[in-house]
Design a protein around this ligand. Structure first.
Ligand code: N01
Length: 485
């Protein structure tokens, strides 16, 4: 039997759960959260690799309505963040509406009934509104390298860590040097026998200025009213100032680059290694990384950095473009996620029978306020196009979108409206205005390729401005930008 709900939420990470908690709070308790994994947490449930921790300060990396005075470090580890998410689900009493091990196989708009028909591995549902909260970092990007299927050892992606694979004493290859890899490499360097790091583009790495919280600090967060919020606010504004050198005065990035260069000089003695890890583009062009143990790990005698591309993978080795054959027992792909062509875009079929992926393919990737899509009535996308923040917490974006969606549902309910769809011309003008904001920023002029941009150079991932402007833009739902029935 098909069950009908007011709102169907796809994904039980920070986004989906945040929407659920807000809806519950405003009296819309008839919702369901579908989660294909066996636990809540989204990306924090999936990424269990050694060394996984947040590179955004803990004080910012939590819901504003559920500060956590129990964090043990100013940059939290993955297990602590996942436990925080579990605790929030229980504290806000929404666990009964989260369906685990339930994968969404497709969602199709039914214009006659004015609802979404959602097919899952646990049956059919219909919903007045759908919220896509699968997240941009949910589908691993596994490069299609010649011979990969012939490899006989353990091979897995960073977001699907194989904890049964025995890496101690083995020859291990890590492909990629992004945010995940620079945590994995120090996490395994001292237990594996030989570690070969395949670097395509050197990342800029800044020091992680953080510390383990003392008992006194934790006591203060728990007992002094307003103290934790004050600290959080101070960190928020400090991070907000990063926009000035990233987007407003890009030349300032060169000065921050000096800090990163100094770090390479101080932490790496070997001149050849220094040259390999020194990026050739301006700092900030790709997501900047923080670490205090990455360069130390690369400097170990059992670690090599290979900058030649991978030509082929054989049963027990990797062959590079220059013909060298390197024997390996296991390969870890820390090669990021399918952001541009996320498979979740194939699942949602809109008013004219086209999927989100097909619309993006034909018309380019865009969304009104990163949240609404023309041709897709009554659906909202969490962390949609042009919402990612390069310098501060994604949870700020998520909460801004939650405000917008909650207000949309409240206004539509109050006015007795059944359908809402952003006007195509409004979405187009929004995108054109947004694209102008990237001109001259370090993301477009910094001389790098990154997942921020597509193959044409258009940026459809990042929000280009201060995050408080995104918050203000989404504070209220602007019904006049939408067609309604
Ligand atoms: O992925 P990435 P990630 N051959 O895309 C390389 C978040 N995150 O999983 O730079 C060889 O950053 C690629 O090379 P290049 C965060 O938002 C957050 O590390 O494209 N190499 C790059 O080095 C982050 O941005 C935390 O030339 C290939 C690497 O793989 C996002 O997740 C922690 C390749 C991919 O880096 C993704 O991070 C961790 C190929 N074919 C992650 N394809 C926090 O703490 C790709 N690469 C919050």
């Amino acid at each position: 039997m098909t069950r009908h709900v007011r709102v169907a939420i796809m994904g039980a990470g920070f986004s989906g759960l945040g929407v659920a908690i807000r809806l519950d709070k405003q009296g819309v308790d008839d919702f369901v959260v579908f989660e294909k994994a066996s636990d809540v947490g989204g990306t924090w449930q999936a990424n269990t690799y050694p060394g996984a921790r947040c590179d955004v300060p803990s004080q910012l990396y939590s819901y504003s309505f559920a500060l956590n005075p129990r964090w043990t470090h100013s940059f939290s580890t993955q297990p602590e963040i996942q436990q925080y998410i579990r605790d929030v689900v229980d504290e806000f009493g929404i666990r009964d509406r989260v369906v685990l091990n339930c994968e969404v196989l497709g969602a199709r708009w039914n214009a006659d009934a004015a609802h979404w028909k959602i097919t899952t591995t646990q049956g059919e549902f219909t919903a007045d509104f759908a919220v896509s909260a699968a997240g941009p970092l949910s589908a691993p990007n596994l490069p299609d390298i010649k011979g990969i299927s012939s490899f006989e050892g353990a091979v897995f992606h960073s977001a699907r860590w194989d904890h049964s694979a025995e890496l101690a004493g083995k020859r291990v290859a890590v492909v990629g040097t992004g945010a995940s890899a620079i945590q994995i490499i120090p996490g395994i360097a001292d237990t594996v026998g030989q570690l070969t790091v395949f670097q395509r583009t050197a990342p800029w790495v800044l020091p992680r200025v953080g510390h383990k919280y003392t008992a006194v600090e934790r006591f203060a967060y728990q007992r002094i009213p307003g103290w934790q919020r004050l600290v959080r606010t101070a960190i928020y504004w400090l991070r907000e100032s990063f926009v000035i050198w990233q987007a407003k005065i890009p030349l300032l990035a060169a000065f921050v680059g000096l800090v990163a260069r100094g770090k390479i000089f101080l932490e790496i003695r070997d001149k050849e290694l220094r040259a390999k890890v020194t990026p050739k583009y301006r700092l900030g062009c790709k997501r900047m990384l923080i670490s205090n143990d990455y360069y130390g790990a690369l400097s170990r005698p059992n670690v090599d950095v290979v900058t030649d591309g991978i030509h082929e993978i054989r049963a027990n080795s990797i062959v590079t473009e220059d013909g060298s054959e390197l024997p390996v027992d296991a390969i870890v792909f820390a090669t990021g996620f399918r952001i541009e062509d996320s498979p979740t875009y194939d699942l949602i079929t809109g008013r004219d029978g086209r999927t989100v992926a097909e619309v993006f393919e034909a018309e380019g990737i865009s969304a009104y306020r990163g949240t609404a899509l023309a041709n897709f009535p009554n659906v909202f996308v969490m962390m949609g196009p042009n919402t990612a923040l390069a310098y501060t917490s994604a949870i700020f974006t998520i909460e801004s979108q939650i405000n917008y969606i909650a207000d949309a549902i409240a206004q539509l309910t109050e006015r007795g409206l059944r359908t809402v769809e952003v006007r195509g011309d409004v979405q187009h003008s929004y995108d054109v205005a947004l694209q102008r904001k990237y001109e001259g920023t370090v993301w477009t002029t910094g001389g790098c390729d990154s997942w921020f941009k597509d193959s044409t150079g258009k940026i459809h991932t990042l929000w280009p401005d201060f995050s408080f402007r995104f918050y203000r833009t989404l504070k209220h739902f602007d019904l006049d930008a939408y067609e309604t029935t």
